[in-house]
Design a protein. Structure first.
Length: 247
């Protein structure tokens, strides 16, 4: 039985002559943690934005939670949560005020709104910061708040675009525990990352390079894949070159 909640076929996104996403095909099963890994510019974020209905594809097919997002991109938005690379929080508002704002965005009505806000405050353990301005709280806690805002309406699918970039290792591990908890409750999680250890935490991985998926499968399958090994070596070489250029 096919239990795919996302099905993508021959998806293309071009910006002029440049193909940011170049004919990719994949599917994600309901309740799965699915990871996109690749260097900056590989096409990960563009793919995510298309699946969220935020960016129009040039060609191809994509069905997300039963919705054809190529034809009807707005239809999927009530059923997904999205956490972008940059925290889309209002730093001059308190933690609770941010949650109240996003409750309005998702059109949650009282008392459901109050109940959902209290739920995410407890689940993400941010009660001690509820009356603090977002500007004044640590980055790791901003990250938790961004996730809280993304799951206020209990989405079926959660898109996380490099959610732990710039966060210390302790906060990263704590954040991934939250991801596991959400997946265990049935939420499908799509995450982009350039951290190899985070990719290994996913149940299935797609490796992107120059807009293409060059390999996909489980961690064990990819460790045996020649394409994946080549990509990993190229990726590590880029990182090494970037670090040396900063010296």
């Amino acid at each position: 039985m096919n239990d795919s909640i996302i099905t993508v076929q021959h998806l293309v996104k071009s910006f002029g002559v440049f193909r940011a996403v170049n004919d990719i095909t994949f599917s994600v099963q309901r309740g799965q943690i699915y990871g996109f890994i690749g260097a900056n510019g590989a096409g990960k974020t563009t793919t995510i934005r298309i699946l969220c209905g935020l960016l129009k594809a040039t060609s191809g097919q994509a069905v997300v939670a039963g919705n054809d997002i190529i034809r009807f991109p707005e239809a999927v938005k009530p059923r997904i949560g999205y956490m972008s690379q940059k925290f889309s929080l209002y730093e001059d508002l308190t933690v609770r005020e941010n949650l109240q704002f996003y409750s309005g965005v998702y059109r949650l009505k009282n008392p459901d709104s109050r109940r959902q806000i209290e739920r995410v405050i407890q689940e993400l353990q941010i009660a001690e910061f509820t009356h603090s301005l977002v500007h004044d709280i640590p980055v790791g806690w901003k990250q938790r708040l961004a996730l809280a805002c993304a799951i206020l309406h209990r989405p079926e699918i959660l898109f996380l675009d490099e959610p732990t970039s710039g966060v210390d290792p302790v906060a990263r591990r704590a954040f991934w525990r939250l991801i596991y908890d959400l997946a265990s409750e049935g939420t499908t999680v799509i995450v982009t990352t350039h951290y190899m250890d985070e990719a290994e935490a996913c149940q299935r991985i797609a490796i992107m390079h120059d807009g293409k998926i060059i390999a996909q499968g489980t961690t064990d399958e990819l460790k045996k894949s020649e394409n994946a090994q080549t990509m990993q070596q190229a990726f590590l070489s880029r990182v090494k070159s970037a670090m040396e250029s900063r010296k």
